[in-house]
Design a binder for this molecule. Structure first.
Ligand code: SF4
Length: 351
């Protein structure tokens, strides 16, 4: 990013922070301002999964396999077929050129990811889901981001490790999964040892997730909706969301299992599900809880998020143009307890 672009980008972030909206952007700013501690903090006996694949040459091969999917792109369930390698943009807004909006220690993620040094977050530009209420819409849909090479991304990963982050947290990774795997391969060769957090909207193709088996240490997916009509209405026609997130969660769980913090309080492996409770039952929270309770272990990590705020185009939809009420939140927390879920991350009351 040159000086002018950087100033423009930081200015746009600052405006958002000052507007008082959007915990996402506000926490990005907070992350930028926080100073990470100097020493990397991972358990001495921890080895990320991708390291074994790197040693055998498999990591690079997986990255190249994923790269070839961009010929007529089917990386995400949109399967729009864009010829990204020829410079064409897909529905997500990406060609094969990697674009990154920011990278820094983030102190607003889950406690077991933040620790004392922060989660080493890399915000990738563009998105295939394109929700009307996205808190990071400037990054996901607004073109914020700068062209970067795969080597640049590897350097960012190493830098985040150097300044003391506990993991590499790739945000909205699906459309750049080939770049991430290839960058990991380079960084692993230069000493990267942090767990990889795959921070996704959850709308994933099983075929692509299988190529990430052994690459990802921590899956951090959203479970946004239980109803396809809602998914379609608020996420650009993605009516397959409920069906695909369920398949994805089963695969993620098969790969990494239940997320349990280690003795040092940090997470190194496992499935961590996030669910943003939306007003007026739009997100179908009770059905989401029922499905998890019936299909995954009861101690599956489940973060019930209360911070919904109308952003971006949400004001065009009256039913989601307000914050959550305390009653709406406490009701679903109680429901999750009654369903027998034991590993709940409960947040402060929304109001
Ligand atoms: S990742 Fe982008 S280009 Fe590829 S299928 Fe999805 S929307 Fe289309």
């Amino acid at each position: 990013m040159d000086g002018r672009s950087r100033r423009k980008f930081i200015a746009s972030l600052s405006l958002l922070a000052m507007s008082g909206f959007g915990p996402g952007f506000t926490s990005i700013i907070a992350g930028c301002r926080q100073k990470a501690k100097s020493a990397p903090q991972v358990a001495p006996d921890f080895e990320p999964g991708y390291l074994r694949l790197h040693r055998g040459g498999e990591l690079k091969a997986r990255g190249e396999e994923l790269w070839s999917v961009m010929e007529s792109c089917r990386l995400c369930p949109r399967q729009c077929g864009a010829m990204r390698l020829d410079g064409n943009k897909g529905f997500c807004g990406s060609t094969s050129q990697l674009e990154i909006a920011a990278h820094h220690p983030h102190f607003g993620e889950e406690r077991s990811l933040v620790g004392s040094g922060g989660s080493g977050t890399i915000f990738l530009a563009n998105c295939g889901l394109r929700c009307v209420f996205c808190i990071n819409w400037q990054i996901s849909q607004g073109g914020a981001g700068e062209p970067r090479s795969v080597e640049d991304m590897a350097d960012m990963m190493l830098h985040l490790q150097e300044i003391g982050c506990h993991n590499i947290n790739v945000v909205t990774p699906t459309h750049y999964s080939p770049h991430i795997v290839l960058a990991l391969d380079i960084a692993a060769g230069k000493g990267l040892r942090l767990p990889l957090v795959y921070n996704t909207c959850g709308w994933e193709r099983l075929e692509i997730l299988r190529k990430l088996d052994g690459v990802v240490d921590i899956y951090l997916p959203d479970f946004k909706y239980s109803d396809g009509e809602m998914a379609s209405k608020y996420s650009s026609g993605a009516d397959t969301y409920p069906e695909l997130i369920k398949t994805a969660l089963l695969e993620m769980h098969r790969q990494v299992g239940v997320a349990k913090p280690a003795d040092d309080g940090l997470m190194y492996r496992g499935l961590m599900i996030r669910h943003l409770v939306m007003p007026n039952g739009v997100s179908g929270t009770k059905e989401v809880i029922d499905w998890i309770a019936e299909n995954l272990p009861k101690n599956t990590y489940f973060n019930i998020m209360s911070q919904y705020r109308p952003m971006h185009k949400a004001f065009e939809y009256p039913e989601i143009s307000r914050r959550l009420t305390r009653r709406e939140y406490t009701e679903v927390v109680e429901y999750a307890r009654q369903a027998g879920l034991t590993n709940l991350d409960i947040q402060g009351s929304p109001l």
